[in-house]
Write a protein that binds this ligand. Structure first.
Ligand SMILES: *Cc1c(COP(=O)(O)O)cnc(C)c1O
Ligand SMILES: [Zn+2]
Length: 392
């Protein structure tokens, strides 16, 4: 029996479990108003494909195509995203008292941020399903990535972003020919404008978790991490959390690999959500023992990717943190800027403010005793600091 390109077989509501057909355009579960999750035939895949086969393919996110949603290889829209390095950081580690500190450096992706992964998957699948016009509300990097992949797919793109979005994000959208609309307010205000345009003109909305496939693209970070840790997991993964796509995705990846029998361990990494003090809905809900988040009023932080007052996937974010024995912690903009400088001085890496937030969060967890100095800790740097020059 020949192997298939993708083993995707259905989508399922994350709350009521109702199945949805992935061969049709899907958004979210209208009954629960919650995200749909992609499910794969892992039993069949495991019997037909080995992890060694995947490891030996040319680099990039799409070498994991059996665990991605695109059915026809011709429909893949890629700019070479994925396979970012995991590097140990001995100087930064010993400076701060950690013996096994790592970065997974997502700044090497096309468009300079890990948003490329999610949008590569979402735009490829949209292209496969015949969609020609895509729209997004964004804090910055998602808009840039959507515009880039939409241009390469020959689609029309519309991007709604707050007026204080970093200049680089505005420019990277405009140069691709995307229709850029600046909105007075937050990403949540941009989302209101997007919904209006979707209703009136029928564009396809690729907002975080409002279509099922950005999650699948970001999931590949977890697949790569497992391989990079030789099919083991680090003790702790620290993730700068806005919409939570990568946090939920990394957990999904590890669960899928364990179900395939490809991991050498059944342990899970403790997954930590770091947010900014000026916008910490997940931290508040986690500390209050709630299952969902409350809209965070008056959200403000220089880490624009973290300026998300309420994620559509709040329930899954909180589940991920709790099921992995993780935690949630908030840091101030001053702590973010100081972490950004320490990281650059010690390792020569100019990380994004969101990436720097993971280091600031790690220091708080060291001081509280939640993290031990000999644990293997991975910090996710989600973008390059070069996209934020107007904030420095
Ligand atoms: C979007 C973004 C985040 C937050 O990512 P989520 O997966 O949506 O939580 C973090 N850092 C940067 C640089 C971003 O652009
Ligand atoms: Zn449902």
């Amino acid at each position: 029996m020949n192997s298939q390109f993708s083993y995707l077989y259905q989508l399922r509501c994350s709350v009521c479990q109702k199945p949805y057909d992935p061969n049709q355009v899907q958004t979210w579960c209208p009954e629960c108003n919650t995200p749909l999750i992609a499910e794969y035939r892992l039993d069949l895949l495991g019997s037909r494909v080995s992890k060694e086969e995947i490891v030996n393919r040319p680099n990039g996110m799409w070498r994991w195509h059996e665990l991605l949603p695109v059915v026809d290889p011709e429909k893949i829209i890629t700019q070479g995203e994925g396979d970012t390095p995991v590097l140990s950081m001995p100087r930064l580690g010993s400076h701060l008292g950690f013996s096994h500190l790592y970065i997974k450096d997502e700044s090497l992706n096309p468009t300079g941020s890990f948003k490329a992964r999610g949008l590569a998957a979402a735009i490829s699948k949209a292209y496969e399903l015949g969609i020609t016009r895509v729209i997004i509300p964004t804090a910055g990097n998602a808009g840039g990535a959507m515009a880039a992949y939409a241009a390469r797919a020959g689609m029309q793109a519309a991007v709604f972003m707050p007026t204080d979005t970093p200049e680089a994000n505005q420019l990277e959208c405009k140069i691709t020919g995307a229709n850029v609309v600046l909105v007075d307010g937050l990403i949540s205000d941009a989302a209101v404008r997007v919904r209006e345009k979707v209703r009136l003109e029928g564009w396809f909305d690729v907002s975080t978790f409002k279509e099922p496939y950005r999650l699948e693209g970001k999931k590949v970070m977890g697949l790569e991490l497992a391989q990079q840790f030789h099919w083991d997991v680090p003790d702790v993964i620290v993730y700068p959390t806005g919409g939570g796509t990568g946090l939920v995705g990394i957990y999904k990846a590890i669960r899928e690999l364990q179900a395939l029998g490809w991991m050498n361990t059944n342990r899970l990494p403790r997954i930590v959500a770091v947010q900014a003090e000026g916008c910490a809905p997940v931290v508040r809900a986690f500390e209050a023992g709630q299952d969902t988040c409350t809209f965070f009023e008056g959200a403000h932080t220089m880490a624009s990717g973290l300026r998300v007052p309420k994620s559509f996937a709040d329930r899954m974010i909180l589940q991920t943190i709790r099921e992995t024995n993780g935690t949630a912690v908030s840091v101030s903009d001053e702590e973010i800027q100081s972490a950004q400088r320490i990281w650059a001085v010690q390792e020569g890496m100019f990380v994004a403010p969101e990436g720097a937030a993971t280091l600031a969060g790690m220091l708080k967890l060291r001081d509280s005793g939640w993290l031990q100095p000999d644990e293997r800790v991975v910090l996710l740097n989600t973008a390059t600091g070069l996209k934020y020059l107007d904030l420095l």
